[in-house]
Design a protein around this ligand. Structure first.
Ligand code: AMP
Length: 211
């Protein structure tokens, strides 16, 4: 099965993608995670990627496409995949259309006020990328990752001024992608304001799958 997961930053895409990829036994391709790992390499490209991510802007299409194509060419993507954070704009959706047939696009719908609350309480692991929320999913020990024991940090793009910019960019550039899949008749809209477990149950139900 080839799936796309769409939603505003902070809509719970990453959490749902992790659960769904495990249930469906397909790789989770998270462009944000791939780009953040490139950023950590501190190379010329890493510094360039960092400049965009830190401002909450999208990485230029040519670079994002090159990275994406390289990842999906790996053998684990042959049978199916779950795309998290891709496509982010219409050009990417059109390019993706030429590369493969997407079965369903799942859109996690969350109002802006809840997005702002979620992102300002988000903490990420500097080492393994695990994500926590201080209110709904706090780490057992403050500031420390449950999974690998390394420090948690606030992503630069989760700071208040950047959150607003990311929402603006989402509305201008990514919202048309939701309409793109809706027009194709393959969009599934899910209420993303519910708990992680409920969202997962509802996504599986909509896909006609069991946990
Ligand atoms: P995310 O973790 O999905 O919120 O992504 C974090 C950041 O990575 C975004 O704000 C963008 O700067 C960049 N990014 C993620 N996916 C894409 C994409 N498909 N195209 C361009 N930039 C992306």
């Amino acid at each position: 099965m080839k799936l796309v997961l769409l939603g505003k930053p902070g809509s719970g895409k990453g959490s749902e993608a992790e659960l769904l990829a495990k249930t469906l036994k397909v790789p989770q391709i998270s462009m944000g995670d791939i780009l953040r790992s490139i950023e950590r390499e501190k190379t010329e490209i890493g510094r360039m990627v960092s400049a965009y991510i830190d401002k909450g802007e999208l990485v230029p299409d040519e670079l994002a496409m090159t990275i994406f194509k390289e990842r999906i060419s790996k053998p684990d993507c042959k049978k199916g995949l779950l795309l998290d954070g891709f496509p982010r704009y219409l050009e990417q959706a059109n390019e993706l259309d030429k590369l493969m047939k997407i079965d369903k696009a799942i859109y996690l719908d969350v109002p802006d006020d809840l997005i702002i609350k979620r992102l300002s309480n988000r903490r990420s692991c500097s080492n393994c990328g695990a994500v926590y929320n201080l209110i709904t999913n706090p780490p057992k020990k403050e500031g420390v990752c449950d999974k690998c024991g390394k420090d948690l940090y606030i992503r630069n793009d989760d700071k208040p001024e950047t959150i607003k910019n990311r929402l603006k960019i989402y509305n201008e550039q990514t919202k048309p992608v939701v309409n793109f899949y809706s027009n194709k008749g393959i969009l599934i809209k899910i209420d993303g304001s519910k708990s992680i477990d409920e969202v997962h149950k509802n996504v599986l139900k909509a896909l006609g799958k069991s946990a």
